[in-house]
Design a protein around this ligand. Structure first.
Ligand SMILES: *Cc1c(COP(=O)(O)O)cnc(C)c1O
Length: 421
């Protein structure tokens, strides 16, 4: 698509936008009486207006029913999490029974590694991208230690001179380390660079050598196309508070390929909520797992940590994930165009790959000089973005609630900054 500078062009794109009505379903932080330019949906998505009413529902059902709310509430708490699996099928590309929503992300990564990280003295290494999210690194390091290995068991695939890790290098590293790898576990979209990995290709290569494959989809779920079941990914986990707009610290989602259900050779840390439902309340000491990913559940649903997830997933369903992805590609490319137009040559280098299939919504901007000054100027002018040392500004225009005019205005502020120099 050929973009034009000027606000009329941005307004015309907004007019044509099939998702434009969804902007009004979210609450924006304010700056001098106007909506901020909110570009941090990759850290914490905005609040859906409908969340308040859903919270009110659970509060009043708690007040009205007490313990009976487990069965008598409008949305019975005993099965509060169940509709999420269906709502997530299109988002992660999996079967309903392969998805369960529970706990939080780092906790789920540990629980999944209990099941899917089975090191032997010869085959114990874990392959990941260079500089994975720190929590993921801590998971790998402590899991290795738990099994009696040192952090030398982590194989980090190095970034190239542009700062991104190429799929080719990952494939090569899998081949090179194949006899020692127990697990490949990569962030599907890297939090720092915004690059999207070719998860299908990576999975295929690892499977060829009998290596288990998992993905951390914190920056991928709701942001990029996923087809976990058909790609034959073994397991994955994600959080719901980034692109899925479900509120601070909100509940995580887990995917486990169907072929691993009902396999009693797989270790699992059990709890009563993983027990077969019809006999769960007989309270016997004999564990009968649910024949789905729900077997991995330990506790009853943390309802108040799931309320906004319900609100948010209903919006995604109404908007349609494919429509969200279609707008994403245009909005991100337009934002990239605006940044290049608004800044002097070579002042801002975009680390995120330009090819659409190698990125999602996020653009990571490497600012050559005075990065912090630019960031502070943006903040002062009502932009909410994200600063990462030493000189990277991460932005992620969210297709559900950001407009093309947001990106135009973002560019205008960048232009003013460089003009004032
Ligand atoms: C956001 C993020 C996390 C955060 O983990 P929590 O357990 O939800 O605090 C972990 N890993 C990655 C890759 C992330 O992007």
């Amino acid at each position: 698509m050929n973009f034009e500078s000027g606000i009329e062009f941005a307004k015309a794109l907004d007019n044509k936008d099939r998702l434009k009505k969804f902007r009004d379903e979210f609450l924006f932080p304010q700056h001098k009486g106007n909506n901020c330019i909110y570009f941090t949906g990759n850290s914490l998505g905005l609040m859906p207006k409908s969340a308040r009413e859903l919270f009110e529902q659970e509060l009043s059902d708690w007040a009205k029913y007490g313990v009976e709310g487990h069965f008598d509430a409008k949305n019975p708490w005993v099965s509060y999490h169940e509709p999420f699996s269906e709502l997530l099928t299109d988002i992660v590309g999996a079967k309903k029974e392969e998805i369960v929503v529970m706990n939080t992300l780092t906790t789920n990564l540990h629980l999944l590694m209990v099941s899917f990280y089975n090191p032997t003295p010869k085959k114990f290494k874990i392959l990941c991208e260079q500089k994975p999210f720190p929590s993921d690194y801590f998971v790998f390091e402590s899991q290795l230690k738990f099994h009696g290995f040192s952090k030398d068991g982590i194989v980090e695939v190095a970034a190239n001179e542009n700062g991104v890790v190429s799929d080719d290098n990952i494939i090569e590293a899998i081949q090179k380390n194949k006899d020692e790898l127990a697990l490949v576990l990569i962030g599907g979209v890297n939090y720092y660079t915004g690059q999207r990995f070719n998860m299908q290709r990576i999975t295929k290569e690892a499977k060829k050598h009998g290596i288990t494959v998992g993905f951390d989809l914190a920056h991928a779920a709701g942001n990029v196309d996923l087809n976990l079941h058909n790609w034959e990914v073994d397991f994955a986990a994600w959080c719901s508070y980034k692109y899925l707009n479900s509120g601070p610290g909100a509940v995580s989602g887990v995917y486990i390929h169907k072929k691993h259900h009902n396999n009693d050779k797989i270790q699992r840390f059990n709890g009563w909520w993983g027990h077969e439902k019809s006999s769960r309340f007989e309270m016997k000491n004999e564990f009968v797992p649910i024949a789905s990913a729900e077997a991995w559940q330990q506790s009853n649903a943390p309802v108040f940590n799931m309320v906004a997830h319900r609100a948010a997933l209903n919006i995604v369903k109404e908007a349609g994930i494919k429509n969200i992805f279609a707008k994403r590609d245009v909005l991100t490319a337009y934002t990239e165009f605006v940044i290049n137009e608004s800044s002097p040559k070579n002042a801002i280098r975009i680390l995120t790959p330009t090819k659409v299939q190698e990125r999602g919504s996020q653009l990571s901007l490497y600012i050559e000089t005075e990065g912090k000054q630019l960031f502070d100027y943006l903040t002062k002018n009502g932009v909410i973005a994200d600063w990462r040392e030493p000189n990277v500004i991460r932005i992620a225009p969210a297709p559900l609630y950001n407009s093309f005019e947001d990106s135009y205005n973002f560019g205008a502020i960048i232009r003013e900054f460089y003009r004032s120099k």
